[in-house]
Design a protein. Sequence first.
Length: 476
Amino acid sequence: MSKKLYVTTAIPYVNGAPHIGHALDYLLADVYARYQRQLGNNVRFQTGTDEHGNKIFDKAKNANIPIEDYVKENSDKFRNFIKKLGVEPTDFIRTSDTEHERRVQLIWEKLKDHIYPADYEGWYCSGCESFITEKEYAENNGICPDHQTPYQKLSEKNYYFRISDFKDRIIEAIKNHELTILPESREKQVLNLLADSPDVSVSRPKKNLSWGIAVPDDDDQIMYVWLDALSNYLTVLGYPDNDISEYWPADLQIVGKDILRFHAIIWPAMLFALDLPLPKLILSHGYVLANGQKMSKTIGNVIDPLEVIDKYGLDPFRYFFLRHVDTFEDSDFTWEKFGAAYSGELANDLGNLVQRLAVLGSKNSVKLPSELATMLNNTPADTKYVRLMENYEFSKAFDCAWGKIQQINKDINDLQPWAVAKTDPAKAVAILTDLIISLLSANKLIAPFLPETSAKILSIFSAETIVPPEPLFPKN
Ligand code: MSP
């Protein structure tokens, strides 16, 4: 029976254009959505942009652009980027949408029993949009390791959200896998963090933060950006106006490892306070590094994803980021590695194989069985591949599918249908038919990863007569 599933991605800050690191959330969610749709399931797939906060406001001010124009311009860059990646979400939400803002205010009202005013004396990192504990401050010697900027001292009246009301329930939910966190190693880190996590500040005085959603019934306070941003996963479904039980709890929430703590502490506490179930799974992926270093505008090593796509094409981009960037651990992007994967694997293993089979198929007038589509639909998928996909081990599942492509390359070399054709044409046709059917079965496994290529391969071999195509991955 067809299931209704909900997958979400982190909504990026609009303080600049997308970089290659941003691609990962979208690509992983897209693979999941395509795989599930292939199985006949209905997938709701949220994306969007996180537009409030001082970091963004200051950028607009420095650029001398009205804030509304600035956030719109950058939000559009993310919207276009998603399209360029071949990613097809069902939703794109902006936190500056008036419907989102109104709904977040309603959410605040519902959280009220767990919110209290207090004075905040402590540290803040505007890069992370995060309040910093004394412990973190000391551990990092007062400098944010991610942004390399000194923490800012704050002394202000804030509203606090009582995490302590839910801490034990969250720990319990994670331990009994009501909420699963992947990978397991990070689940342990989260449990440690939770054990001594204090109540969190959820607002800031308007004089210190003007660009954000107003706290209801308090003209002097603006909501903390994370409360606003996390709510997007619900407001996009119409909460609290609509019944969201069709899609909530989310089946999969994808976030980078740097923001797992917000999703594993504040977020579940908010959901408990709203009396909503927790998401089933939060997958935290690693970082994409550039030449072994974190990408940063200051270092000047930021890679523009559009440059990669324009130079090589979409599926080569997807190939590298889904196979050579590990789903969970940090991975390195270099132009050398990318070029080697392109020519050594995509062009060699797949491009050449398709070319060879199409040329031989055409020469030997191979006619594939008329019930090919049914045959392919009825062939059970490889069990190892299915297990990996079901366990969200996407890069490993792609490896497994690629192994099938490599096996067909080996088979064609061993069976030498071109030599057989000289003495026994009927046998050559039978060999080629089997090889092409194997290719089409493997092609189905790679479809969630390389949708364009996979569609091309299917159309080449399901045509009435096989016509050798232009090379799929030409030499650059
Ligand atoms: N606005 C918050 C998310 C709010 S979600 C309710 C935010 N934005 S971000 O722009 O900093 O990051 C957006 C996503 O991109 C996050 O999942 C983050 O981990 C990911 N990445 C940003 N740089 C990255 C790499 N270099 N590599 C991989 N992913 C990284 O956090």
